[in-house]
Design a protein around this ligand. Structure first.
Ligand code: GLN
Ligand code: ZN
Length: 722
């Protein structure tokens, strides 16, 4: 039995990838040094793969992102120098970013709006560059359909001409190698019949160029497998972990005799150990319909950290985990086990942390727990008189610049160099400074600044029972940005208040309202690895109950505004629309469980950003919040229209300052966002705020930007009667 693996984390065990590229950016590494480091990383990937599997892709390394690289490959962008390449990634000329499928990796969105298919040509032959490794490796390419589907400015009308152009370009590219690996995860989306016809045509062209094509689909099942079976492919990779449809299809269809099935049996998106016996059993079933099979991972491995080695987790939990390196070992074990007809004996798995109290509370939930006591119209009146805010109230999304000083103190505390009292005193000082600054700027609803939080999910994971955090479990979020997803491994409970100390501190320093800040249940789950021994809604509701208790604590302490952030609400949705109802049902309920017991006069905010919200407006409305702040400075037209269509009747802060740009927002820019929105949204419902947290901004631009924002709100108040 052969084996194959792909997508091993390019980050490297010591985050070498990040350090090298950032080293180049800050001038400590030359371009030559950077190239040398990256090819060293690449070689480490090759030798890692070689130890465990028979074949793997070459050229998976990128200087930043594969969508951008593909845009350069086909000549949509033609940077000459490395600086020009990085201009597309960061700084003022940066491309917009969005989530890659329903993962937490963000890619750069190529914009083909002003480009015609005739302008494209093979500008950079990645295949040639990657082909020199070994006979076991196939140059890596991101497929034309996925590239176009995820780019901007293609659309239904232009898809045929673009697919035709790319067919020719890819045919030229692949002819440089005997074998190529092509990723087409977008095949797992809803693909219509016109697109299927285009895919067929394009791959017939690419397949006729002479190279053997090894095509990979993943994340979910593919609805048009029969069409793929007719294509000139040497292998086809399918996801059998998150692709139930693939399993069903293969029990009915017979796999083409001249094609190799690359069976994705090891989960690339979660961290639990593979059930080797079950995988071998699955292989047995698959070999009834496919002649030649390779065992593989079911999705790229870069969604999990490099290795569990050296991770100081509780041994019971550790024994249940498998990161990328361990997954390669599993692929090998499955292939060998099947070959030799021996099922390796596995150590019995450690018990999952269970909590009777939590289980009883979940079992006792009734419909009333998911509903606020009064409808929005009544709540909003009570809130207006309790809060007494001016028209066009100003606020921020929560975090303020996290300077090196703040990060150092946190590290000092973790390492035991300072006591937690000292750390808290430091945080309190930051809070006090920020409260005075906000008062001086005359912001209406204040925040405490989130200085105590390393990351909006990890922070809560550290406070909650049943969720573990890692020391070295880094995963790329975008570019060189990394985060450590926590692991939801058992029943979740809240031993004590998580955020109350800091919010209450801020509240004690001002007469203005202070907003308590929480990360919502869907986002905590979306950015964590989640246990699979219970349905996901159970874990979601357990987390929701912890947040609900936190809100009750806010209320007891006189904190009358709470913001429950759900930036991952859209991204976590399954790829195919037919699965949306099931997902949104539990996602909406979890949010409502978290906020449902808030008193009528408590104003519940939520915040979302960097996703396409148009198509989910009605689901967003079901959350039953009082105020939403939403990112709009990049996709303003689209979103305002959707609010109109949805008959939006709540309060909204349409982010009028793009915090991902270092520029101070201009009055014209803010006005453009506001005027457009005010055509659809009544002035009395309109808030003025940035479009996301200021964590990654510097103070230098944040203060003048906030000043400009407050000034703009004052102008609106003078001009508009509401
Ligand atoms: N309250 C969070 C912050 O300001 C929200 C972050 C987010 O939307 N990703 O940082
Ligand atoms: Zn945000």
């Amino acid at each position: 039995m052969k084996s194959y693996a792909y997508g091993f984390p390019r980050l490297g065990k010591g985050r070498e990838y990040k350090n090298s590229i950032e080293g180049f950016w800050n001038g400590s590494l030359s371009e030559q040094d950077l190239n040398a480091r990256l090819s060293e990383n690449q070689n480490t990937l090759y030798s890692t793969y070689s130890q465990y599997v028979d074949a793997f892709p070459s050229g998976e390394m990128t200087r930043y992102d594969h969508m951008l690289d593909t845009a350069v490959m086909v000549g949509a962008y033609r940077p000459v120098t490395l600086e020009e390449y990085y201009n597309y990634c960061r700084g003022s000329g940066a491309l917009e970013m969005t989530k890659w499928f329903n993962t937490n990796y963000h890619y750069l969105i190529p914009d083909l709006t002003g480009i015609s298919p005739g302008d494209l040509s093979l500008h950079w032959n990645r295949t040639l560059e990657a082909s020199a490794v070994s006979g076991k490796s196939f140059p890596y390419l991101l497929g034309p359909y996925t590239f176009l589907k995820l780019s901007r400015g293609v659309g239904r009308a232009r898809m045929p001409e673009f697919m035709e152009a790319l067919g020719a370009i890819y045919a030229e590219a692949v002819s440089a190698a005997p074998d190529v690996h092509i990723d087409e995860p977008a095949f797992a989306m809803d693909v219509n019949s016109d697109e299927i016809a285009l895919i067929r045509k394009t791959y017939e062209v690419i397949g006729s160029a002479g190279a053997r094509i090894h095509l990979f689909t993943y994340y979910e099942s593919v609805d048009f497998l029969k069409v793929l079976f007719d294509l000139p492919l040497a292998s086809l990779g399918l996801d059998f972990v998150h692709g139930e449809g693939n399993i069903n299809a293969l029990s009915e269809l017979s796999f083409p005799g001249d094609m190799r099935l690359i069976a994705g049996l090891v989960d690339g998106r979660n961290v639990w150990k593979n059930d080797i016996a079950r995988s071998i059993e699955m292989l047995r079933r698959l070999s009834r319909s496919a002649g030649s099979i390779s065992v593989s991972n079911a999705a790229p491995l870069y969604h999990v950290p490099v290795t569990i080695e050296g991770e100081p987790l509780e041994p019971g939990l550790l024994s249940r985990l498998s990161f990328a390196l361990e997954k390669l070992q599993e692929i090998k074990l499955i292939a060998e086990g099947h070959e030799k007809g021996i099922v390796p004996t596995m150590a019995p798995s450690a018990p999952v942390l269970s909590d009777q109290k939590v289980a009883a509370r979940i079992a006792g939930l009734g419909e009333q727990d998911f509903t606020r006591s009064s409808p929005y119209e009544k709540r909003t009146e009570l809130q207006r008189s309790a809060l007494n805010l001016p028209p066009f109230p100003t606020t921020t999304i929560g975090s303020f610049p996290q300077t090196a000083e703040v990060r150092k103190k946190r590290l000092d505390m973790k390492k035991g160099r300072i006591s937690s009292e000292e750390y808290n005193a430091f945080i309190d000082e930051k809070i006090a400074d920020l409260v005075s600054l906000q008062e001086e700027l005359d912001i209406d609803v204040l925040v405490h600044g989130e200085f105590e939080r390393s990351d909006m999910v990890e922070f809560f994971a550290e406070k909650l029972e049943g969720i573990a955090t890692t020391d070295h479990g880094w995963v790329l979020s975008y570019g060189t940005r990394v985060y450590r997803p926590p692991i939801v491994h058992g029943d979740v409970s809240r031993p004590s208040p998580m955020t109350l100390r800091e919010i209450a501190k801020a509240k004690s320093l001002t007469k203005k309202p202070v907003k308590g800040m929480l990360t919502g249940p869907v986002t905590i789950l979306a950015w964590s690895y989640v246990r699979e021994d219970v349905p996901v809604e159970v874990a979601a509701n357990q987390i929701a109950l912890c947040l609900r208790d936190e809100i009750a604590d806010y209320e007891k302490n006189g904190i009358g505004i709470v913001q429950v952030d759900e930036p991952a609400f859209r991204e976590k949705a399954p790829l195919k629309k037919r699965d949306w109802d099931a997902y949104f049902k539990w996602a909406v309920r979890a949010f409502r469980l978290a906020t449902g017991s808030a008193a009528d006069r408590t104003q519940v905010h939520t915040h979302m950003c960097y996703s396409r919200f148009g198509e989910i407006m009605d689901r967003i409305m079901e959350l039953d919040f009082d105020v939403i702040s939403i990112e709009a400075s990049r996709s303003r037209g689209d979103i305002v229209e959707s609010f109109e269509e949805a008959g939006f009747d709540r309060q909204i802060g349409l982010g009028c300052w793009d915090v991902h740009s270092p520029e101070v927002p201009t009055r014209e820019g803010m006005r453009e966002v506001a005027e457009r929105a005010l055509r659809v949204i009544p002035g009395k419902n309109f808030w003025i705020n940035p479009d996301c947290g200021l964590k990654t901004r510097g103070w230098k631009e944040s203060v003048p930007s906030l000043r400009a924002m407050v000034e703009f709100a004052r102008e609106l108040r003078k001009e508009k009667t509401i």
